[in-house]
Write a new protein. Structure first.
Length: 190
């Protein structure tokens, strides 16, 4: 069990990280708001999406638009409360017109993501979508990798479809839900 003092220290370091991000004027996409990760600092499951959308930019919170609603609802359907996990993005500011973040943008924000992971220190990382998966395993297709278990730097990586993909048709939604439904059994095996 992590001590109270360690938790206070962790929280302080996360706040410092957020402040550094906010003040880093060399980062791309500075015209939009900073959307830092949120959730439990004790989380054992760490979700990584791509980049904030319009609603996330407005509210300065990750996954609070339609994709976020689906993510929150689907997590709850398998008995996981959103506030018990940690949720963040590869890129912490919204790309214009909701385009995908570029590889260059992802690389520029990457040191901050790495620090965020190190500070939260989760056992399991779940990447949401193709781009987040690519950041960890460049040469694998999401269709083949999703729902499988990978070991990366002493952590478990489970790639999942992005909720935005699930919102593009009932077939996609069924695939997305199926992987989430298998999560409790995957977690039980770890
Ligand atoms: N899509 C993402 O990848 N991240 C968000 O925060 C919202 C939508």
């Amino acid at each position: 069990m992590i001590s109270k003092n360690k938790l206070i220290e962790k929280k302080k370091k996360l706040e410092e990280l957020e402040k550094r991000l906010l003040n880093d004027k060399k980062l791309p996409l500075l015209r939009s708001n900073l959307v830092f990760g949120e959730g439990s600092i004790k989380a054992q499951i760490f979700f990584i999406g791509e980049a904030p959308g319009l609603k996330e930019d407005q509210l300065r919170r990750p996954f609070v638009g339609r994709s976020g609603e689906l993510l929150t609802k689907t997590l709850l359907s398998i008995g996981i409360k959103r506030e018990d996990v940690y949720i963040t993005n590869l890129v912490k500011r919204r790309p214009p017109e909701n385009r995908d973040p570029s590889l260059e943008e992802i690389k520029k924000y990457e040191p901050y993501l790495k620090e965020e992971i190190k500070l939260i220190d989760p056992q399991i990382i779940i990447t949401l979508g193709r781009l987040a998966l690519k950041d960890f395993i460049p040469d694998i297709k999401i269709g083949q990798a999703q729902g499988k278990i990978f070991k990366i730097d002493n952590r478990i990586l489970i790639p999942m479809f992005h909720p935005a993909f699930a919102l593009r048709g009932t077939g996609n939604l069924a695939k997305f839900k199926k992987t989430f439904d298998s999560l409790p059994s995957i977690l039980g095996k770890i």
